[in-house]
Write a protein that binds this ligand. Structure first.
Ligand code: 9PG
Length: 498
């Protein structure tokens, strides 16, 4: 390790690296499993890049307390559980500090790594690679330069704008063939590209067959969607096995284990414990590839693959590969199986390791028909649970990914019925979807007022130009929209003893 000074634009930055910094477009490349950078002036804010789709991603004040989620099962859905007890602010793969003279960015040119805020700058470690990019200057420029190198190192696969009707935020898991048929009739004339069937069609999480609410079967449903003029889309959580699934009962040897040999927890949902499929086990991988081959064979050309963090949890695997590498190998196999034409949307997914394989990725937690779930944020410190405010805050901080992958901020709401969001809050979420170039809703036209149907119809067909004017300020079709008051405000939490 050596400590050297490197000239980055206008600034001189002290770096700790294993080899001489190598100049590249927009910055320098450092090497080493651990590297560090010193900020030219005291850090004011830290860009915390959440590990997976739902994980909080935000510029935080360096003085904000580190407030871990207080419930272990929730922590599994929150951010990288390996770092849940970290005492410093940190993020996955990339981090940045803002000081009075600009922004200093440090990011891995690979699929893993953690960047932590230090008193004087940032320190980073990685088990998956040893190349880092460091840059200093204007925020937009340093992130664009990083994205470019990251795209070359890991991959890029950006897609055009999407218009999706998704069943989740109206029906939740209570979907059925007749209910979806009714919606499809109801969508008549609305310019969606995709009708995506979400959670609720399967026998169990892990048993990916139609349940009794879909008596005609999934190929018939896909055919019905296609006949109506839409691309059939389907949700599945291919890397999870519910403890009560048949697949888990038959193949307990397929799950990730803790060091003591017990099946590792991948969280709690659907009324039971979840386990993570160990996709380094050749039979487990073959099984999940079969599932994907089958659903594509049914006629679904748009797949929302959810809860993918399960593939990169720490634990004992059949083959001892680093956890992000295990995830990456699996999703590359998924892409090979489904082919190039299928749109793959990642959700609950480690973000950087998904680049180049997925067409789009959820870039924030779930929206909800409430703005803020204050009990969950205040008492449990859980900012990745469904709430519209944090969906806006996290998604808007992930736009630098757009040259590499489609950015899905979750759905917009046009409805007044069954929705507690104010008109202003709904408008901000809708503007977020415009900025993200990913337009989705779960609203059912027959539950909308006539003017709400018009608003939805216009939203799907409008052609607005978008210009970014600042970190949070956008020109959207001639309107100035400021996401700052929502996106920059710290969460409301009770003080912690840390
Ligand atoms: C289906 C949903 C939808 C949604 C996904 C995902 O318990 N939790 O913290 C939790 C977080 C997210 C979540 C569900 C539960 O939502 O993001 O769009 O597909 O699964 O179950």
């Amino acid at each position: 390790m050596q400590q050297v000074e490197v000239r980055l634009g206008e600034a001189t930055v002290a770096v700790t690296t294993a080899s001489e910094p190598e100049p590249v477009a927009g910055g320098h490349v450092l090497r080493g499993h651990t590297v560090a950078v010193g900020c030219p002036a005291p850090p004011r804010r830290f860009y915390r890049h959440g590990w997976q789709s739902w994980s909080q991603t935000r510029w935080l004040d360096v003085d904000e307390p580190v407030a871990p989620v207080t419930v272990r099962d929730l922590a599994l859905f929150d951010d990288d559980p390996v770092h849940a007890a970290a005492v410093r602010h940190g993020g996955a793969v990339v981090g940045a500090v803002e000081h009075e003279g600009g922004v200093l960015l440090l990011g891995a040119l690979g699929i893993g790594g953690r960047v932590e805020l230090t008193d004087t700058g940032m320190a980073a470690t990685s088990d998956t690679g040893a190349r880092w990019f460091v840059a200093h200057g204007n925020e937009a420029e340093v992130f664009a330069a990083y994205a470019d190198l990251l795209g070359t190192a890991v991959g890029r696969r950006p897609i055009g704008a999407q218009r999706v009707w998704c069943s989740w935020y109206s029906f939740y898991a209570d979907i059925s063939e007749p209910a979806l048929h009714e919606v499809i009739d109801d969508l008549d004339g609305l310019a969606f590209d995709v009708v995506q069937v979400d959670d609720g069609w399967q026998r169990h999480v892990g048993d990916w067959e139609a349940n009794d609410a879909f008596p005609s079967g999934m190929p018939a449903l896909a055919g019905h969607i296609r006949d109506a003029g839409y691309v059939p889309g389907l949700w599945l959580a291919p890397l999870l096995l519910h403890e009560h699934s048949r697949t888990y009962a038959h193949h307990p040897e397929w799950v990730l284990r803790d060091a003591d040999g017990t099946p590792a927890s991948a969280g709690w949902n659907w009324g039971g414990r979840l386990h993570a499929l160990d996709v380094t086990h050749p039979d487990a991988l073959a099984h999940v590839c079969d599932v994907l081959r089958t659903v594509v064979g049914w006629g679904f050309d748009y797949l929302k693959l959810d809860f993918l963090f399960a593939g990169a949890l720490a634990g004992v695997r059949h083959t001892d590969v680093e956890r992000h590498r295990a995830y990456r190998d699996a999703i590359e196999a998924f892409r090979d199986v489904v082919g190039d034409h299928v749109v793959l949307l990642a959700c609950g997914a480690p973000v950087i390791p998904s680049l180049g394989v997925f067409d789009a990725i959820r870039v924030g937690p779930d929206v909800a028909e409430v703005w803020e779930n204050t009990h969950v944020t205040r008492y449990l410190h859980h900012l990745s649970s469904p709430q519209a405010r944090y969906a806006v805050a996290t998604s808007i901080h992930r736009l630098w990914l757009q040259p590499l992958i489609g950015t899905d901020p979750d759905v917009a709401y046009f409805r007044t019925r069954y929705c507690l969001l104010t008109g202003e809050q709904k408008a901000l979420v809708t503007d977020l979807t415009r900025v993200c170039r990913f337009r989705a809703t779960s609203d059912i036209p027959s539950t909308l007022d006539p003017h709400e149907v018009d608003a939805l119809a216009n939203y799907l067909t409008e052609d607005v130009e978008i210009h970014r004017l600042g970190r949070y300020l956008f020109d959207i079709g001639g309107r100035e929209v400021d996401f700052g008051p929502v996106a920059a405000a710290p969460p409301v939490m009770l003080p912690t003893d840390r």
